[in-house]
Design a protein around this ligand. Structure first.
Ligand SMILES: [Zn+2]
Length: 274
């Protein structure tokens, strides 16, 4: 049997915000200066499949939460030639508001979600603001509608979505968080989503403070290292470094999107080269 062609893999930056160090590292940071946080959706495609990973938030959510929306996630995908209305596979890494909005923009898609994420987002812990804060009930209800519309495929642990793309539940940040492994021309790349907001959460062992289970979060870092061809093929979920370490697919998309199926540009110290 012939191997399927590898996937092109993109990060699309759709929003940004400033956070304090204490909001992004347990224990804060000695420098205590504000830390920029970027918001992404991701897309993988070859000549057989186009898979969208997470769906971002919309203008209303941006306004409510004080985030700067740079472009609707669907507009970012359109700039890469993707028509959301035609997409057949959407992977939702978890149901937080910044990963699971805009669901009706994908009317023909099958949504891939961990069973445990749906149970967590609709269960007893949502009565606790600590766990509920990053969820938006409208996103959760939107997913519930898709469940009733038979558009959701639930997974329990590891699953192949299409040949060369798989999901892996790691939990930690939320009970049902899954990371995504994609076969690319350079090898296996892992989209961490919120299993590592910043590379430094993982490389310095300082968890992101929004966390359901800290032990699972640290085990998730190990799992991603095992899944990726190289440790630096793990792509963090909210780190502005992503836009510095990878190149835009074409000059007109500078600051909008980068290709992740490439060698990241960094020195051995993890610092960006440019
Ligand atoms: Zn999250």
């Amino acid at each position: 049997m012939t191997e399927p062609p590898p996937y092109e893999l993109y990060a699309i930056r759709y929003a940004t915000a400033m956070r304090s160090a204490a909001e992004v590292f347990v224990g804060g940071d000695p420098h205590e200066s504000p830390v920029p946080m970027d918001y992404f959706v991701w897309m993988a495609r070859n000549d057989r499949h186009t898979v969208v990973i997470d769906t971002g938030f919309d203008a209303l959510a941006a306004q409510r939460r004080g985030r700067q929306l740079l472009r609707e996630p669907g507009e970012g995908l359109r700039l890469l030639g993707v028509d959301c209305a035609q997409v057949r596979h959407v992977i939702i890494t978890h149901l937080h508001y910044d990963h699971a909005g805009n669901l009706p923009a994908f009317p023909r898609a099958r949504f891939h979600l961990q069973e445990r994420e749906m149970a967590f987002a609709t269960g007893r812990y949502m009565a606790e603001p600590f766990f509920a804060h990053a969820y938006d009930i409208e996103c959760v209800l939107g997913m519930l509608r898709l469940v009733y519309g038979a558009q959701v495929q639930f997974h329990d642990g590891d699953a192949e979505i299409v040949p060369g793309i798989s999901v892996h539940r790691v939990g930690g940040h939320t009970h049902g968080l899954q990371v995504v492994r994609v076969r690319t021309r350079v090898g296996w790349v892992v989209l961490a989503s919120d299993a590592a907001h910043y590379l430094a959460n993982m490389t310095t062992g300082r968890p992101f403070p929004i966390v359901a289970n800290v032990m699972e979060m640290t085990a998730g870092w190990e799992r991603m290292r095992a899944l990726a061809s190289r440790p630096d093929y793990i792509v963090p979920g909210h780190d502005p470094l992503v836009m510095q370490r990878y190149r835009e697919p074409e000059p007109g998309l500078m600051g909008v999107a980068v290709r992740l199926d490439a060698e990241p540009e960094e020195g051995s110290d993890g610092a960006p080269r440019r």
